[in-house]
Ligand binder design. Structure first.
Ligand code: ZN
Length: 134
């Protein structure tokens, strides 16, 4: 298992980590399989979405913040319940196929590490798993 370190500089942020995942896949030497990207945090997430127009990630964060306000009478004493909720909604992991040693992503897709309680230094775990072809 490999670790991709992600430094965030805002409270909410989506960081394109596709190139780092590509490097881990290349370093693994696996030609056919899957790669699992996992955020080992309760206030962060991993998702796949458009990496062509930066307004898309801006709009995703805008909508999440609108639907899940920071202060809404939550009980959790740490004051970051909105971050925990966003983390669960977006999800902790993504799986991407590997074929011919390359990530199988749509033309406009990128892998994003989602920060919901930054800024911090985060770790995304990356596991490359070979699969036998039939
Ligand atoms: Zn908390």
């Amino acid at each position: 298992m490999r670790t991709v370190t992600v430094k965030t500089d805002r409270r909410e942020q989506m960081i394109d980590v596709t190139s780092q995942v590509r490097k881990e896949v290349a370093d693994s030497g696996v030609k056919s399989g899957i790669v699992i990207c996992f955020a080992a945090h309760t206030t962060a997430a991993v998702t796949i979405n458009e990496n062509a127009d930066p307004d898309v990630t801006r709009d995703i964060l805008h909508k999440l913040n609108k639907e899940i306000p920071k202060d809404e009478g939550y009980h959790h004493g740490e004051g970051n319940s909105d971050s925990h909720i966003k983390s669960s909604l977006v999800g902790a992991s993504e799986i991407v196929l590997i074929e011919d040693g390359r990530l199988v992503l749509g033309r406009w897709q990128g892998i994003y590490f989602c920060e919901f309680d930054g800024p911090r230094q985060r770790e995304m775990l990356v596991k490359v798993i070979p699969c036998a072809d039939d």
